[in-house]
Design a protein around this ligand. Structure first.
Ligand SMILES: [Zn+2]
Length: 393
């Protein structure tokens, strides 16, 4: 069987005027057994680099005869986000139509729990200890299959109990994405970050793949859950491993064969032909490494770094003003060096005095990964993010 690519458009929202917002979803297979891959981009409207990467990646796939397994590919998963502009500026990080505005990448749910709900009318999640006990002696393929079935049942139960009341758009969007991806082996969620250099978010268990994506700076996610897709996808498996461990059964995490990545493809609201091709190649190279695509994967050489999530420090404006940069994304910075000056012309007195310039000083050594796109800031807004206490990968 040769390569087959199909497209299906999922309706996600009808607007007040009757327009229907749809998500195009591509399925790719050639009938060979293998892993399931879920690849999406553009959950945040301004983050368009991933759309271009997937456009080129689909062209690359069309040049192949076979893939192993199946790929579910969503080039632009959030039409409302992409279409959100205010006065010419891309704004789709959250649903501005809602009274409760939430970040589109904090809306996902964890379908596992440590304790069963005592309310029978509440949606039932997968109770980890119970599941592990039931499968104490099952072999690994059986565990994986049963766990995916249980996750699917939890999603279906949640949907059945909430849909009759109608769902907030973000809730429906998250459910749609999780329904498409919960049973995948490999999940890749393409983002960008402000004015940024390329970097990667992933888990300790998946760190070795950073070299195949050719992303030199990685933030290692911890065990906290904040509603992000990569967490919602991988944490159930991490927690399942622990539940088995409690019963005295050690399952090496790699045996589950699941991985999750959030590559950040540079800056928001930028698109470039060369970068599209390179970014498609990052994804392709990882999938060669994982045997989904034929061909030899390149393990990129050179220095690769990672740091723990706690050491990825976001600096916020101590007061309002205008930002004058001393450093840029990608710059190394030492503790005590000035990252930027906050210019407060509003503090200027008639005699020329006043505290008009406030330095933003680095507290630790590190690399500036991303910086604010705008040079106008209110107190408390993000100025930049610095990766500190770097370790070699
Ligand atoms: Zn994003």
């Amino acid at each position: 069987m040769s390569l087959q690519i199909t497209r299906q458009d999922l309706p996600i929202r009808v607007t007040a005027s009757g327009s229907v917002l749809k998500i195009p979803v591509f399925q790719v297979t050639s009938g060979l057994p293998g892993p399931k891959v879920y690849l999406q981009a553009n959950i945040h409207g301004p983050e368009i680099a991933g759309i271009g990467a997937i456009y080129d990646f689909l062209a690359l796939l069309r040049s192949l005869n076979t893939v192993r397994g199946t790929l579910t590919i969503v080039p632009s998963v959030n039409p409302l986000g992409l279409d959100s502009k205010v006065s010419g500026h891309q704004t789709g990080y959250a649903d501005l139509n809602e009274t409760v505005v939430g970040n589109f990448n904090r809306i996902y749910q964890l379908w596992v729990t440590d304790k069963p709900s005592d309310d029978p009318e509440a949606p039932q999640k997968v109770v980890l200890d119970t599941f592990a006990e039931q499968h104490r002696h099952s072999d690994l393929p059986m565990i994986k299959q049963a766990f995916r079935a249980a996750l699917g049942a939890a999603i279906a139960d949640y949907t059945a109990k909430n849909a009759p009341y109608g769902m907030r758009h973000g809730q429906k969007l998250a459910l749609t994405i999780q329904r498409l991806s919960y049973d995948a082996d490999y999940l890749i969620d393409l983002h960008t970050a402000g004015d940024a250099i390329y970097h990667l978010f992933t888990f300790e268990e998946c760190l070795s793949a950073a070299r195949y994506f050719n992303l030199r700076h990685t933030i290692q996610l911890d065990e906290s859950f904040s509603g992000v897709l990569d967490e919602a996808f991988l944490q159930p498996w991490l927690r399942l491993q622990k539940a088995f461990q409690k019963l005295g059964r050690t399952i090496p995490f790699a045996d589950f064969g699941v991985e999750a990545f959030t590559p950040e493809l540079g800056s928001a609201d930028t698109l470039d032909r060369i970068a599209m091709r390179e970014d498609a190649e990052r994804v392709a190279n990882y999938l060669r490494y994982r045997g989904v695509l034929d061909g030899r994967a390149i393990r990129h050489e050179g220095e690769f770094f990672y740091a723990k999530q706690d050491h990825y420090r976001r600096y916020h404006a101590p007061t309002g003003g205008l930002i004058l940069w001393h450093k840029r994304a990608g710059d190394h910075i030492m503790a005590g060096e000035t990252i930027a000056t906050l210019l407060r012309t509003y503090a200027l007195e008639a005699d020329g005095t006043g505290e008009t310039e406030i330095p933003i000083v680095a507290l630790e050594d590190g690399v500036i990964i991303s910086a604010s796109e705008s040079q106008v800031t209110h107190e408390g807004m993000g100025i930049c993010s610095i990766l500190t206490r770097l370790q070699s990968l």
